[in-house]
Design a binder for this molecule. Sequence first.
Ligand code: CTP
Ligand code: MG
Length: 213
Amino acid sequence: MAVVGIVPAAGRGERLGSDGPKAFVACGGRPLVEWSLDVLEEVCDRVVMAVPEGWDTDPDHVAGGAVRSASVRAALAAAPEAEIAVVHDAARPLITRELAERCVDAVRSGWQGAIAAGPMTDTVKEADASGRVLRTLDRSVLWRIQTPQAFDAETLRRALDVPDEVLAAATDDASLVEAVGGSVCIVEAPPDNIKVTTPLDLEFAEALLRARS
Ligand code: CTP
Ligand code: MG
């Protein structure tokens, strides 16, 4: 089956406060996205990146959309051969080959989606707008969802075929697959599969990458 990596890398990185797009800021001596590309290129037959407009220079670098899932849709549209799509944010440089392969294997075994996630370690409560606690949730059934997220590509195409405002409201692609009735399973990720959002995250990621090498 043709496995294609889909890397949304078209975000501006506003919370990081960098000069250019976050995917291309220096992290451990190279552009942030390259750590992810190294892994995806080992696991996938091809990798397509969604990049900021103007950076779309060849068939594997397409212009992203206004929101993250629109960027995923644009990159997937450039890979009609994909049978399994492995969506992975440029902002998670600690992805491992093993984690990506476990997601792909779960899709091969019949799941329509298989998504990296970490167990909830904090106690989680629901509160109303005034801050009054309404209830304490059962954290044993709650997961913090990450990427990589592997999908049956046909199901993901169908899930992404929705109006832009629906894409804008989706914080991950799996939620769109769930909305079309797709079966999605959790793949527990190593605890260091962090996302670079703020300058502190970038320092943390660099330290973790250094410790690995
Ligand atoms: N992304 C994208 N297209 C967008 C928005 C985000 O491809 N229109 C990508 C980012 O490049 C990143 C991933 O989606 O790899 C996760 O998004 P996020 O961490 O929010 O990155 P940014 O949108 O760049 O950061 P910020 O929200 O702070 O501006
Ligand atoms: Mg963003």
